[in-house]
Write a protein that binds this ligand. Sequence first.
Ligand SMILES: Nc1ncnc2c1ncn2[C@@H]1O[C@H](COP(=O)(O)OP(=O)(O)OP(=O)(O)O)[C@@H](O)[C@H]1O
Length: 254
Amino acid sequence: MATTPKISARNVDVFYGAKKAIDQVSIDIDEGIVTAFIGPSGCGKSTFLRTLNRMNDTIASCRVEGSIKLDGEDIYDGRMDVVQLRARVGMVFQKPNPFPKSIFENVAYGARIHGLAAGKSEMDEIVEKALRRAGLWDEVKDRLTDAGTALSGGQQQRLCIARAIAVSPEVILMDEPCSALDPIATARIEELIDELKERYAIVIVTHSMQQAARVSQRTAFFHLGVMVEYGDTDAIFTNPREERTKDYITGRYG
Ligand SMILES: Nc1ncnc2c1ncn2[C@@H]1O[C@H](COP(=O)(O)OP(=O)(O)OP(=O)(O)O)[C@@H](O)[C@H]1O
């Protein structure tokens, strides 16, 4: 496949103060597929994920070196508008974190900040479309003014996905999006991820190898800050090249 990668990272190092958390990671992330980051706790999956939309800018001690390009544009360049970047590269967190606002406002908020709607009817359309894509519309269409926090955990997570979608992202980063959810809500989010991959490049950090195998087409295995192996998910799980990958997927550590 000779397409240009959506995101291209080269020789990325990440430091927290003097401590190196990510060591020389290079990876290309493509559109139209789900890429999973797996590895034992503390290996740097979340740290690396957060470099992809500069979420780590919010951590004072954190420093990123190397190059990360989105459509060929260096996202760490001083001229990059970080607010715009985070709309293009949206993020969904481990714990659903709706704003303390109505369901409607949760989805409309970003679209309003980015001036995406000319008037009320356009905003209504954006909100409905995002909620439909997030598979939540039918459940909430009659209660759009209720608080987002009044929804179930799984619904809240789909609301957070709708909020990310409403600003028309190109990439969606998901940091263990199902870890706070029960198996039924998890299955619903996994189905949704599968549908969404047609339109967005999706990167998911997961502790669950089963989940990585179910939802992703590519998998990157991290260990101690290093990306040990990256390839087609089927190959990583059935025929890993590296001993450390084999040890992890066979449950020898983790
Ligand atoms: N804000 C921070 N300040 C200092 N060190 C941090 C910070 N966040 C993460 N680290 C360290 O960086 C390393 C990688 O952490 P990270 O959270 O990225 O790993 P992870 O693979 O996502 O782990 P987990 O699966 O447990 O969430 C760890 O050693 C961690 O202690």
